[in-house]
Ligand binder design. Structure first.
Ligand code: PEP
Ligand code: MN
Length: 253
């Protein structure tokens, strides 16, 4: 499966965290209908505050696997602990290394050894150079399936959760031959900014997007403020499609 070989952006969508079967199923069915290519959902959440929802773990992996099959979408989830790599590998098609673990070399190597594609998020405060060097821990394991994901960086600006660094998209694409995608959900932290920044990401050449979508964002246990409703996601898909159709042959993948 190489979704990135087609001449269109690859869209990953789903909830920040998997909370129950009903929410995940409703969301999965709807994002599939709107044209998403990959289903996301967190089973293990790296939360700053230990009192916050940490994810359901194994039951969430089972739900993601079963619902992914049912709606016919490949799946991605984050792995945060080397001890979980084998288990996560059994349930999903793509392993995500989250921003907070971009410097976790041991975890990255273990995840790379599975041979599955690695969705490699940029660290909260990491430079392009660090991101690129550390990605070699993946390629050194013989795993050339690396998907770079820009998800916003920390700057002096506090009006948005992060500052989405779209400069990095064309710059990275000049330097490497791996897909580069953008996560405007964590990049902005605000659902009203997600679609405009998704359009901007596609306009500057991103190979895809990762977007948090929830059937009832107000009930989300994690990142509800930045999660699109099912209808909002359908609009995002339409708008994004307009951008890459407008770019035509100039849409560089
Ligand atoms: C996520 O995608 O669920 C996530 C936690 O993102 P990040 O690692 O970019 O904060
Ligand atoms: Mn999230």
């Amino acid at each position: 499966m190489n979704l990135f070989s087609e001449n269109k952006p690859v869209i990953i969508a789903g909830p920040c965290a998997i909370e129950n079967e009903n929410f995940l199923y409703k969301t999965a069915l709807s994002v599939k209908k709107s044209g998403a290519d990959i289903l996301r959902g967190g089973a293990f959440k790296p939360r700053t505050n230990p009192a916050n929802f940490q994810g359901l773990g194994l039951p969430a992996l089972e739900m993601l696997h079963d619902i992914g099959k049912e709606v016919n979408l490949p799946t991605v989830t984050e792995v945060i602990d080397t001890r979980d790599v084998d288990m996560v590998n059994r349930y999903v098609d793509i392993l995500q290394i989250g921003s907070r673990n971009m410097y976790n070399y041991i975890l990255i190597k273990e995840a790379a050894k599975t041979g599955k594609p690695i969705l490699f998020k940029r660290g909260l405060s990491s430079t392009l150079n660090e991101w690129l060097q550390i990605s070699e821990y993946i390629s050194n394991e013989g795993n050339m399936n690396i998907i770079f994901c820009e998800r916003g960086i920390r700057t002096f600006e506090t009006a948005t959760r992060n500052t989405l660094d779209l400069n990095i998209v064309p710059l990275l694409k000049q330097m490497i031959n791996f897909p580069v995608i953008v996560d405007p959900s964590h990049g902005t932290g605000n659902s009203s900014l997600v679609t405009p920044m998704a359009q901007a990401a596609i306009a500057c050449g991103a190979d895809g997007l990762m977007v948090e979508v929830h059937c009832e964002p107000e009930k989300a246990l994690c990142d509800g403020d930045q999660s699109l409703t099912l209808d909002e996601f359908a609009i995002l898909m339409k708008n994004v499609r307009k951008i890459y159709i407008a770019l035509g042959d100039d849409f560089i993948l």
